[in-house]
Design a protein around this ligand. Structure first.
Ligand code: ATR
Length: 271
């Protein structure tokens, strides 16, 4: 029986993961089947068990199931424990479920592969929700000089940062506490979805700074437009999407796909 993988979400029809993993499979010669499955909102664990019973070997997990996936795992990677969320499920030989989160490594790899220096950098992360929690451990592992988490709800940022103080120089607060300049500014809020821009000071960016938005689309987000007008080098989250998928694929199949052509494929499909 062919090894089966899937992405669970609700809704999930929009997910690009099947396209990405089909491209990885073709490139690496791995014979896998990868589909999108809309799991019921009230029984994610049941959907995973049913999938395993039908030959499922692993899965990606997207909104709104990442926390529920975390709870059903028998064992977890350290970064998933920190994230309190899982985007990659792996069925072990013993039938146990192992959970990992590859979003943060995906973000870091996309930045580093594009020449963005993180070690020693002054980093600002906007937002304090699940998406940001998921990337803090890998970001701090790059040994930045400092990392500030800014959020509309200041207390959430302060509490989130508090959970990571053992890993590096990290603090959190409201947007009014943002004091630049920064070398790297990462937008992990969902403000772009509403076309909103967090209130940010004009002197946010150091010379040669990079602005990154975890979101992506056919057009630059409001945040990236604002950043480009202020001279920052801009990247959207499409690369992060492909890199997190590549890391999941590596964990399942032991092969590292070449991400550049897949990124191009997706970019073309957006326009
Ligand atoms: P996700 O899983 O995408 O992180 P989330 O946990 O709901 O989703 O978090 C959304 C994040 O975007 C939060 O940091 C939220 O700020 P609050 O904690 O103050 O709610 C932020 N956000 C959403 N809409 C925003 C907006 N219009 N302006 C600024 N921040 C916004």
């Amino acid at each position: 029986m062919i090894d089966r993988y899937c992405v669970f979400g609700h809704p999930v029809a929009h997910s690009r993961s099947p396209i990405i993993h089909a491209a990885f499979a073709e490139q690496t010669g791995e014979a896998i089947d990868y589909t999108a499955i809309e799991a019921p909102l009230d029984d994610f664990a049941g959907a995973w068990r049913a999938f395993v019973a039908e030959g499922g070997r692993g899965a990606n997990v997207t909104v709104p199931f990442k926390e529920e996936a975390f709870r059903l795992c028998d064992t977890l990677s350290r970064r998933a424990q920190r994230a309190r969320a899982v985007n990659t499920l792996i069925l072990g030989g013993n039938g146990e479920t192992y959970g990992d989160t590859t979003d943060g490594v995906g973000l870091v790899r996309d930045l580093v592969d594009h020449g963005v220096a993180l070690e020693g950098a002054r980093i600002l992360v906007l937002g304090a929700g699940g998406a940001v929690r998921g990337v803090l451990e890998p970001l701090l592992a790059t040994r930045p000089a400092s990392l500030f988490v800014a959020n509309r709800t200041a207390e959430k940022a302060a509490e989130l940062a508090e959970d990571f103080t053992d890993l590096g120089d990290i603090a959190g607060g409201g947007f009014d506490a943002v004091a630049g300049p920064f070398d790297v500014v990462i937008n992990g809020t969902s403000a772009s979805l509403a076309g909103d821009l967090p209130p940010l000071p004009e002197d946010l960016f150091a010379a040669g700074a990079t602005a990154y938005d975890m979101m992506y689309g056919a057009e630059p987000t409001v945040f990236l437009q604002w950043a480009a007008e202020r001279g920052a080098r801009c990247r959207d989250g499409l690369g992060m999407l492909v890199e997190q998928a590549a890391e999941s694929f590596f964990q399942w199949r032991g092969k590292r796909p070449d991400t550049a052509p897949v990124r191009e494929l997706l970019r073309r499909s957006l326009s």
